[in-house]
Design a protein around this ligand. Structure first.
Ligand SMILES: Nc1ncnc2c1ncn2[C@@H]1O[C@H](COP(=O)(O)OP(=O)(O)OP(=O)(O)O)[C@@H](O)[C@H]1O
Ligand SMILES: [Mg+2]
Length: 218
């Protein structure tokens, strides 16, 4: 098991959002999370991704209890084990595609040579190597999203977490991004947890988790 969320509780003020959520994901699995707006999907994803803390419960990633890590260890762990892709790509505008992709590797302490070699490989796999020296503003939305997937993958994370990754793409670009996720799973056993409103993606996932009233069901 690569991800395990154990009895997760989260409230905002008096409002309970997660009321004891349990989720286990195996290596190489593609799990989608669906549910109404406000159901707590992003909240759960952020807690699993260590960007937010649960009020109660534990998150295990690759056999590490992330709750037990101090701030400094947690930042390093997040950088090396968790890849994020958001609805809006969050690429840094002043850097090129390749530089954006390499940043998590530089933070990890990789040399420029090693990081850029792996970065170019990923851009190639994702079909955007011709855009390596372009800044985000000179790329299409679909290209920017592929670059953000490459950035999420550069440190070979234990899990890639995506929050409506195709929410901002037209149907053709969305379908091709989804296909890419399955290709990456087939070629490198990459694990994905994807929050999505896209019914087609939910349908083709290995497993779909429904969030409602603070609980999940399959
Ligand atoms: N920082 C916060 N402070 C207070 N309330 C919050 C905070 N973040 C989220 N919430 C509330 O928690 C609930 C769940 O939010 P969340 O973003 O997890 O929903 P979601 O399922 O991702 O919805 P969507 O599909 O619209 O993205 C919402 O009612 C939201 O208003
Ligand atoms: Mg959300």
């Amino acid at each position: 098991m690569i991800v395990k969320a154990n009895n997760i509780y989260k409230s905002y003020g008096d409002l309970p959002i997660l009321k004891g959520v349990n989720l286990e994901v195996n290596k190489g699995e593609i799990v989608s999370i669906v549910g109404a707006s406000g159901a707590g999907k992003s909240t759960l994803l952020h807690i699993i991704g260590t960007l937010d803390k649960a009020d109660n419960g534990e998150v295990w990633i690759n056999n590490t209890a992330v709750n037990s890590l101090n701030q400094k260890k947690l930042s390093a762990f997040r950088n090396e084990h968790i890849g994020f892709v958001f609805q809006f790509h969050h690429l840094l505008p002043e850097f090129t595609a390749l530089e954006n992709v390499c940043i998590p590797a530089f933070i990890k302490g990789e040399s420029k040579e090693v990081a850029e070699k792996r970065g170019m490989e990923l851009l190639d796999i994702l079909g955007v190597s011709a855009r390596a020296n372009h800044k985000p503003s000179a790329m299409s939305g679909g290209e920017q999203q592929r670059v953000s997937v490459a950035r999420a993958l550069i440190n070979n994370p234990s899990v890639l977490l995506a929050d409506e990754p195709s929410g901002n793409l037209d149907s053709e670009n969305a379908a091709s991004l989804h296909q890419l996720f399955f290709d990456l799973r087939d070629s490198m056993q990459q694990t994905f947890i994807i929050v999505t409103h896209n019914e087609e993606l939910a349908r083709i996932s290995d497993r779909t988790i429904h969030m409602r009233d603070g609980f999940i069901s399959v």
